[in-house]
Design a protein around this ligand. Structure first.
Ligand code: ZN
Length: 285
């Protein structure tokens, strides 16, 4: 038997294993309940190593965490963590994409970072906080694995590969936040939209994303009409196709050409991170 899970995770995996968007009671059907969690994850083609941080760990370290990793469905709009609330878990995303949002007192919000299979939601835990100053919300539905904060911190404090990978990841995340802040202040909506589409695309398994123009406007902190106008131009130029809340990227190179330097700056940092992940995995396994 493939050993993705310990028996203790069975209930969590079962409850979480329905494809995103399906009702909870479908996930708890007796037929599905009889399936071991490992099979459920495999059924949906999922493996914790689809997360790059987990994939970079030496096998011994990975196997120490494996019994504690809970396979979860991450549906659209799921709140992964609330701002200023103690986090009980960290989330290793595999096929989902989450946004870190800063929300003002009057309810306005803007995205400060995108997180996908290259990282985790929960860096504040090991940065000495415990409570995130930002809200994290799923913007592209998919799956992930979560780990109890206590188990995660125990592994982090060992000072091994996980700690090293997380520190490098945090550096790339800070770079992304810096570029986002500059982009939101100095670049136009078309450039911001191209950056946003590319960053999201990099974290998805396909070139199609289920996202409305209203949601993009919220993420960028701009008027919806401005996003509609910019998206219309990209569609006229054959770079994207927008239909009923779905955007398909048709010309990635074209988007890169239209984007400001912020996308390239962020990508460079993450490419560096990925190279170090690959090097670490090769060296350790
Ligand atoms: Zn920019």
């Amino acid at each position: 038997m493939n050993a993705f899970y310990g028996a203790g995770n069975a209930a969590n995996a079962r409850n979480a294993a329905a494809p995103a968007g399906k009702k909870k009671n479908e996930a708890r059907s007796p037929r599905l309940a009889a399936v071991p969690p490992v099979r459920i994850a495999a059924l949906y083609g999922h493996n914790p190593k689809q997360n790059q941080l987990l994939a970079s760990l030496p096998q011994e370290d990975f196997e120490r965490l494996l019994p504690h990793l809970e396979f979860i469905s991450m549906p659209f709009d799921m709140t992964v963590c609330e701002a200023d609330t103690q986090m009980n878990h960290v989330y290793f995303l595999t096929s989902s994409v989450a946004s870190l949002l800063y929300e003002t007192r009057d309810g306005a919000s803007a995205e400060i970072a995108v997180i996908g299979n290259e990282g985790i939601v929960g860096v504040t835990l090991f940065m000495g906080g415990g409570a995130s100053p930002n809200r994290a919300v799923v913007k592209c539905a998919g799956y992930g694995f979560r780990l109890k904060a206590s188990v995660f911190m125990e592994e982090f404090r060992r000072g091994g590969a996980l700690q090293q990978s997380l520190l490098r990841y945090t550096s790339a995340l800070i770079a992304q936040m810096s570029h986002t802040a500059v982009c939101n202040r100095h670049h136009n909506v078309m450039q911001q939209l191209c950056r946003w589409l590319l960053l999201t695309l990099d974290r998805l398994p396909s070139s199609e994303m289920a996202v409305s123009q209203g949601l993009i406007a919220t993420m960028l902190g701009v008027r919806r009409e401005s996003v509609t106008e910019a998206a219309g131009k990209l569609q006229d130029e054959g770079m994207i196709q927008y239909r009923r809340g779905h955007i398909t990227v048709l010309d990635r190179a074209g988007l890169e050409h239209r984007a400001c330097e912020c996308y390239a700056g962020v990508k460079k940092e993450y490419d560096r991170l990925q190279c170090s992940h690959v090097a670490a995995a090769k060296g350790a396994n």
